[in-house]
Write a protein that binds this ligand. Structure first.
Ligand SMILES: [Zn+2]
Length: 606
């Protein structure tokens, strides 16, 4: 590890870093638990130790330090992971930490683009307040947005100008960077869009770049950390000249449509608190709900979810309440989003609003309480789909029922857990009124036939192993004698411990004292055992406790030998081998005696 990596490892907090990827909750004095990001699971078996700064998953066995976590989850090399952790922890990177000049240039470009977007957002806000912004202010007021809401979401206005923003930003960056920002467009694109009028063409002040957004209400799109990285722009024009109702920033080095969830920066705290995310289609729906008190709301912006967005969301929750409008053009995208979320193991509920209202209108017209009630009334995805199947294929004929089943089966197949699939199939059969045993069985089989795995969690460690592992990991002076006792016994009487599952870890720890015990144990299975103990440790064991554990280990070893001798003795008796029998009997007597002495030494049970 380089000096820089060492510094980063000392200064970074693994809990804080991992929390930026997955939800963690406190599970003990020094450890946190959450759903493992490296395998699919429903109950948390992923643990992070705040003091010893490592993570371990009892489900799939991954473990390591902060760099290994970031390396795995971001799929990057060690040096890259070091850089990411440094950035996340606010530790300045030395220049040489960029792996190539290209990478350094890319980082410079991104910084520059962030600056440009920040300046653009501020300029659009300014324009909204100015005289030209009156038309946009009127529109926003009509949508029920007040000054506070406009300020919070940094909503702005792009005036009817081809060079207003360009003139403001041109001093900040060169033409190439301005072009890369996506905020501008060139004459050719303008001409192709049909929006380039001859009057504007005649304007001698225009340079080679023109403002992309004109006469539009500007909604900034932010990264998860709240930095403006793109815009959605709604037109205020009507008629042919208006162009599309909404236009977005194009893909840029900062912004990729499929990698951002609108409002996640503002919603993430509330999503964690409420343990679910409310998913809506439109950005206006999202803003409207947020400003009226539903703060765990995010928007897909009318497109289907991508796997990247699912991964983003999973860091915060695996429960989603969906409030899409089933009758819009977005219904297809909505179904695709739900399908992907289901396949990724999310629990989904569907909110349906009365009278076909969209979330924005519903909360404005009927208030927060009515909307909260609608959330509470959300149906499980299974119930929602079964209801839809019944509406689409009404009637009691076998043919209709088969059609309804075939509509449902693709949805059922996507559910990762076998039990949920079985339950879904069972509910569907009941609610669709399928009483044919053959159809029922077909439905059940179709639902069940999907590979799945069940995680069995039980500790293979005995109390003796726990005490000794803990004792060997201490490094405070107060418990140094307890550690010495355990290490000495392991070195001198290995036979006492040989049959223990954690023997290799115990031996490794006894042989080498280190600040980070997880580093000493190399075998992954052994490290898993150690991780389990460290994650559940409360305090370091004292000398008496260690002495007790050592005595028990000795006893177990003697008892095991006693059992072996018994077997050998009966074997010798059967063979009539009296010479052997005498030796074995002598050995067993010695063991019996040793065990009696050990029992006598044991303090009376309280
Ligand atoms: Zn795992």
């Amino acid at each position: 590890m380089t000096d820089f990596a060492q510094t980063v490892k000392q200064q970074a907090d693994i809990v804080k870093v991992i929390e930026q990827y997955i939800r963690l909750r406190k599970a003990g004095a020094t450890n946190y638990a959450g759903l493992c990001p490296f395998h699919k699971e429903k109950s948390p078996s992923f643990s992070v130790h705040a003091v010893r700064q490592f993570y371990h998953c009892f489900g799939c066995g991954v473990s390591g330090d902060v760099f290994s976590f970031v390396g795995k989850i971001e799929n990057v090399s060690f040096p890259e992971a070091v850089r990411i952790v440094a950035l996340k922890s606010g530790i300045p990177l030395p220049k040489k930490e960029y792996s190539s000049p290209e990478e350094a240039a890319e980082a410079r470009m991104r910084r520059k683009l962030l600056d440009l977007h920040e300046a653009a957002a501020a300029w659009f806000e300014e324009q909204l307040r100015g005289p030209e912004g009156a038309v946009a202010r009127e529109y926003l007021a009509g949508r029920g947005l007040n000054a506070d809401g406009i300020k919070l979401f940094r909503i702005g206005y792009s005036p009817d100008s081809f060079n207003g923003l360009r003139d403001r930003l041109s001093g900040m960056a060169d033409a190439e960077t301005l072009r890369a920002s996506g905020l501008f467009t060139d004459a050719e694109t303008l001409r192709a869009s049909g929006l380039f009028s001859s009057k504007e063409q005649g304007d001698g002040t225009m340079g080679p770049l023109y403002d992309r957004f004109r006469r539009r209400v500007m909604f900034p799109i932010c990264s998860e950390s709240g930095k403006v990285i793109a815009f959605t722009a709604r037109t205020l024009e009507t008629g042919e000249k208006a162009g599309p109702k909404y236009i977005n920033s194009p893909e840029t080095p900062l912004y990729s449509k499929g990698q951002v969830l609108f409002n996640l920066d503002k919603a993430r705290t509330s999503i964690r608190q409420h343990e679910y995310a409310l998913l809506v289609e439109g950005q206006m729906d999202c803003i409207s709900l947020f400003l009226r008190g539903i703060q765990n709301v995010i928007a897909t912006s009318g497109t289907a979810f991508t796997e990247h967005q699912v991964a983003l969301l999973r860091r915060h929750t695996s429960n989603v309440a969906v409030n899409f409008d089933p009758d819009t053009a977005g219904a297809n995208a909505a179904e695709k989003s739900i399908a992907l979320l289901t396949a990724e193991g999310f629990t989904i509920k569907i909110i349906t609003l009365e009278d076909g209202l969209d979330p924005d209108r519903y909360i404005r017209e009927r208030g927060l309480e009515a909307y909260t009630k609608a959330i509470r009334g959300a149906r499980r995805q299974a119930d929602y789909l079964i209801e839809r199947a019944r509406q689409m294929f009404p009637g009691a004929s076998a043919e209709q029922k088969v059609k309804a089943m075939n509509y449902l089966l693709p949805h059922i197949r996507r559910i990762p857990e076998k039990l949920s699939r079985d339950q879904f199939a069972h509910d569907a059969a009941q609610k669709l009124g399928i009483d044919s045993a053959v159809l029922r069985e077909e439905l059940r089989q179709a639902a069940l036939k999907r590979r799945d795995h069940v995680e069995v969690k039980s500790s293979p460690l005995t109390e003796v192993e726990r005490i000794l592992l803990r004792a060997l990991c201490v490094d405070d002076p107060e418990h140094v004698e307890a550690r010495r006792m355990a290490a000495e016994a392991l070195a001198q009487q290995p036979a006492w411990f040989e049959s223990l599952g954690a023997f290799p870890a115990l031996q490794a720890l006894a042989a080498r004292r280190a600040a980070d015990p997880m580093e000493v144990v190399e075998d992954p299975a052994q490290r898993a055992l150690l991780a389990e103990v460290l994650l559940h440790e409360t305090r370091s064991p004292g000398e008496e406790e260690v002495a007790g554990a050592l005595q028990q280990a000795q006893e177990r070893a003697l008892e095991k030998r006693q059992r072996e001798l018994r077997a050998l003795i009966s074997e010798a008796e059967r063979r009539g081998d009296f010479a052997e029998l005498a030796i074995l009997t002598q050995q067993k007597l010695e063991i019996d005696k040793a065990l009696r002495q050990l029992h006598d030494r044991r303090p009376p049970e309280s």
